[in-house]
Design a protein. Structure first.
Length: 276
């Protein structure tokens, strides 16, 4: 009896604690929840924001600039390698050939001095040669590529006609200080080899075959035979063209060409005379 009274008193309390199962309330709650979940999707813009487009364009522009920068670096590397190769090619020529090429290309004396230094390095100085050629390459980067390639190729081929055509009168003739560097001013005790060189000189100018064979038959002296041929051809070329130029200019050219040839022959004769 007492327990029945307690249960009857607790029934209203249990009904108030249970959730309402009213369908209208349930659907209203679900609809409200669904609305809250779908609201962000409904507010999302259909296209990208202006800031997104700008960021994308900046990113693409950055990629293009980076690609252009990489191309520029590649070009610089190719130019550096080409300049180093020029230095290696120039180092194979004689000092007179190098001076002509450098003067025709309007390059400084510093390049010539650097080339003369690397020519003195032995075959065992590999690292020193590499560094010196890199230095020479830096000095040559300002040269005109087509002109340098042409001058080097003409010198390799021994094409004096085209080589001289690229040179002005000042380029063709050696400077006075350069002529003084050549072994032309001999001492009194050196008359014998001077006479030999003078005889060779006259024989080459007159195209005497016996004299030509005598010179090229020398084996106890190392000399640039290709350079000798060029010097002889230059003298003959100036002599053949002397009537087509002004008298003073042609005379100066001929004297300069003969002086170079005579100095070259005297250096050969002196060394051959000493060794004999």
């Amino acid at each position: 009896m007492a327990s029945a009274a307690v249960a009857a008193a607790a029934a209203p309390l249990r009904r108030s604690l249970l959730p309402s199962l009213n369908p209208s309330c349930l659907f209203s709650s679900l609809a409200s929840s669904s609305h809250r979940l779908s609201l962000p999707r409904a507010l999302r813009p259909a296209g990208p924001l202006p800031s997104d487009v700008e960021d994308s364009d900046d990113s693409n522009a950055g990629d293009g600039a980076g690609e252009a920068l990489r191309k520029s670096r590649n070009d610089l590397k190719r130019e550096a390698r080409r300049a180093v190769q020029w230095g290696m090619d120039l180092a194979k020529f004689s000092p007179l050939q190098i001076k002509r090429i450098l003067r025709a290309a309007s390059l400084d004396r510093e390049v010539f001095d650097a080339l003369m230094l690397v020519k003195r390095f032995g075959s065992d100085v590999r690292e020193g040669k590499r560094r010196q050629f890199n230095y020479i390459g830096r000095l040559l980067r300002g040269a005109q590529p087509e002109l340098m390639d042409t001058l080097i190729q003409y010198s390799k081929d021994g094409d004096d006609n085209r080589l001289l055509a690229l040179m002005s009168e000042n380029t063709f003739l050696m400077e006075d200080e350069e002529i003084e560097d050549l072994p032309c001013n001999e001492e009194e005790g050196d008359k014998e080899h001077i006479e030999i060189a003078d005889r060779w000189f006259e024989g080459l100018l007159s195209k005497d075959i016996s004299v030509t064979n005598e010179i090229y038959a020398i084996h106890n002296v190392e000399f640039d035979r290709q350079e000798l041929r060029k010097l002889v051809r230059t003298v003959h070329m100036v002599q053949d063209n002397i009537e087509n130029e002004h008298e003073e200019e042609s005379t100066m050219k001929l004297l300069g060409a003969k002086k170079q040839l005579l100095c070259f022959l005297r250096s050969i004769a002196k060394e051959a005379y000493v060794k004999s």
